[in-house]
Ligand binder design. Sequence first.
Ligand SMILES: [Zn+2]
Length: 150
Amino acid sequence: MRPPIYHTLAHPAGPSASLDLLRARPAEPASTVRPAASSSEEEASGRVLACAGCRLPVTTSAARMEVAGSHEHTFANPAGFSFRIGCFSDATGCVAVGEPSAYWSWFPPHSWLVEQCAACRQHLGWLFRAGTAGFHGLILDRLLEVDEEG
Ligand SMILES: [Zn+2]
């Protein structure tokens, strides 16, 4: 059964328009999300993405992945705030807090949890989970790309 298609013509550009755009896209099957390959540590080949607030290493460029056909996504939350997020298979510098919620999920049928920097508790993104599969949607403006220190 297809989700309802909402027409966007009546809405001007803005957070609500991008939300309608999101809602108008059919949900991708959960099989497009690959679980993290934790067995092979490829961090040496990637660049470290650190918390912009405290420089704690959060994830690496090697952990970038595509969800629903794209690594980057821009979404608005119910309050109208817009976030540019990137999808990562791994984010060791993040801690998930609170209870999982399916409300307003940007990646249905995934539920989400808020993720904070493990050191300074800055809100860095969300952990999206569907069954045993999952990924991290991290706010790209709050990450700093740094060269890996040898
Ligand atoms: Zn931090």
